[in-house]
Every structure is written in C-alpha cells, then in structure tokens.
Design a protein around this ligand. Structure first.
Ligand SMILES: Cc1ncc(COP(=O)(O)O)c(C=O)c1O
Length: 305
C-alpha cells in the first residue's frame, strides 16, 4: 500500500523533514535484518487523536529489542512521549505509526553488539491494510506452503525486521494464487497466524486463537479482542487450532493493528460465508473502542494532544 508523506519524522530525538529522513547504504540492519519495530495506530476521538495502547506497543518494542540484545538508548516513557509528539507535529487526527529500532552505520559483520542503535518514528495516514471491502465482506485466505518460524531458528515473540521475509514469501504466494492473505502453520502443523495478523476461529460457539507456542505474535489487537469478546459474554481462549478447524469453522476472523478486525470469507476455497454475527459484533465493538466510544476501554486510549 502506498505511503502518503506527512511532514516530520522523529529520528534519535530530532524531528526532521520527511524527505530528509535518510540513512547510509551501509546501515547494518539493511544488510543483516537485525532490527525491531512496531505498528501502532492513532484514531480520531471526540477528545482529539488518541494512540491505541501506545505504552503496550512501546513495551513490546523493548521486549523485541531485549530478545535481539539491542540496547535502545531511550526509555519507554521517552519513546511514548516521542510518539505522541510526532503525531502532534504532523497534525494528523488518525494515522499509522511506525517506530523502528535499527543498527546504524559504522560497523560491518555479524556481531551486532558494537553497532550504534538508532530509533525512528514515522507517522502517515493509512487506511485499513486489507481494504474496506475486506473489512465489510471478508477476505479469502490460503494456507501457505511456507511455515512460521521454528522458535529456535527465529523467536516469533520478537517483532524483528528480518523475520518478515517469511511473511512476505507467504504473502506473495497467496496473492499470486489469487487470494487476499496467507495463513501460516507452525513447524508442528498447528495454525499459527497470518502474515501480519493473529487469527481467531469460532467453533461450537467458542472463540479460539492460537498460542505463542504455535509461533503467533502476542498481538495487542488479539488481546483487546479477547477482552472485548469475554465482556460480550463469549467464551474466548488461547488454544491450538488445526487446519481442518478452519475449514469447518462457524466463523473466523483476523486481527492486527494495521488490518484491524477482518472477517475471513474462505480458507483454501472452503466458503465460510458472509461475516457472521459474532465477528460483526466484535468488529463493531473494536471500532467503537478505538474511537473512544466505549467507556470501559477508555484506558486503552493515550491522547496525543
Ligand atoms: C506477525 C504478526 N502477527 C500478529 C500481529 C498483530 O499484532 P498487533 O495486534 O499487536 O498489531 C502482527 C502485527 O504487528 C504481526 O506482524
């Protein structure tokens, strides 16, 4: 999806003009893919723009960095403030937010420890990642021939830049085959997640989403949706899902900051039908929540101004 430029990007404590946010071609992360990032969203609310669960996202950024032994030269509070400042100066009511921690210029070779650690935060207006049609009517999914990472090859709990080659391969395969998005299985054969989203299935009225042990990222939208689902009175739990569970699901949907809550219309050409009532109810509540319209979840909103 194309990027619409905003005005300023935060780089290591400075706000620089969008077009000047450049790095050297020998930037370490560009070569070996050792960096970590977040995807966050700010939404327009009646009280102005609010970043959804910003502190939780920044904490996950620090956890990802810890896994890779990247020493971020800022605190969680400093990056929370820097994110709000970047949203503010760009005068956007709603936007996608991309904090990135990368190893900079000055060292080469596979020992990343002596490299400088740089941080940037960019924001831009971005519609729903899988499109309005997907949000309304659901997306067509394909189980990928690419597996999610084995946890002892790549740690799925880290949102590491280089790890997303796996997602991109699965995405390309799905799109070339005429589908909207891919589902990856774990090396043990359980359903893991999608290329940049967690997955949920509804079976016998129960809502289930795969665990981290199946290679799924601990999604912040996943966590929000589990809370919402339980508050709506549904049984919702983390548990292993088999490929065949997807084929016979009553409903299925995916969740992610970029994608939001998207119904699944079919999996490997097994039609699940139009978005079901549980998916629709959760989707509606999620959108109302991020817009600050649900009192009980107002603590999830962190106002930028
Ligand atoms: C691989 C992967 N799984 C799941 C998610 C969903 O996580 P969240 O809801 O925190 O955006 C993402 C997005 O960050 C992701 O990249």
């Amino acid at each position: 999806m194309p990027i619409t430029p905003s005005e300023k990007i935060w780089m290591d404590g400075e706000l620089v003009a969008w077009d000047d946010a450049r790095i050297h071609v020998l930037t370490h992360t560009l070569h070996y893919g050792c960096g970590v990032f977040e995807g966050v969203r700010a939404y327009a609310t009646a009280q102005g723009p609010a970043v959804f669960r910003l502190t939780d996202h920044i904490k996950r950024l620090f956890d990802s960095a810890r896994i890779f032994m990247l020493d971020i030269p800022f605190t969680v509070d400093e990056l929370v403030e820097a994110t709000k400042e970047t949203v503010r100066v760009n005068k956007l009511d709603s936007c996608y937010i991309r904090p990135l921690v990368y190893l900079g210029y000055g060292e080469m070779g596979l020992n990343p420890l002596p490299c400088p650690v740089n941080v940037s935060i960019a924001v831009w207006p971005w519609g729903s990642y899988l499109g309005d049609e997907g949000i309304a009517n659901g997306v067509r999914m394909k189980i990928s021939s690419w597996q999610r990472h084995d946890p002892n090859a790549m740690p799925p709990a880290a949102k590491g830049t280089g790890m997303y080659i796996n997602s991109s391969m699965a995405k390309i395969e799905a799109i070339k085959a005429g589908y909207d998005e891919a589902i990856l299985l774990s090396p043990q054969g359980y359903v893991s997640e999608c290329t940049g989203e967690n997955i949920f299935v509804v079976r016998h009225g129960r809502i289930v989403t795969p665990p981290t042990s199946a290679g799924a990222l601990e999604g912040i939208t996943q966590n929000s949706v589990m809370t919402i689902a339980r508050d709506l009175g549904y049984e919702c739990e983390v548990g292993n899902i088999l490929r065949s569970d997807l084929y016979v699901a009553e409903e299925a949907f995916l969740t992610g900051t970029a994608a939001e809550v998207v119904p699944i219309r079919s999996v490997d050409d097994r039609e699940l039908g139009p978005p079901g009532p549980i998916t629709k109810q959760i989707q509606e509540t999620y959108f109302a929540t991020v817009r600050g319209e649900v009192d009980r979840y107002k603590d999830w909103l962190e106002h930028a101004r």
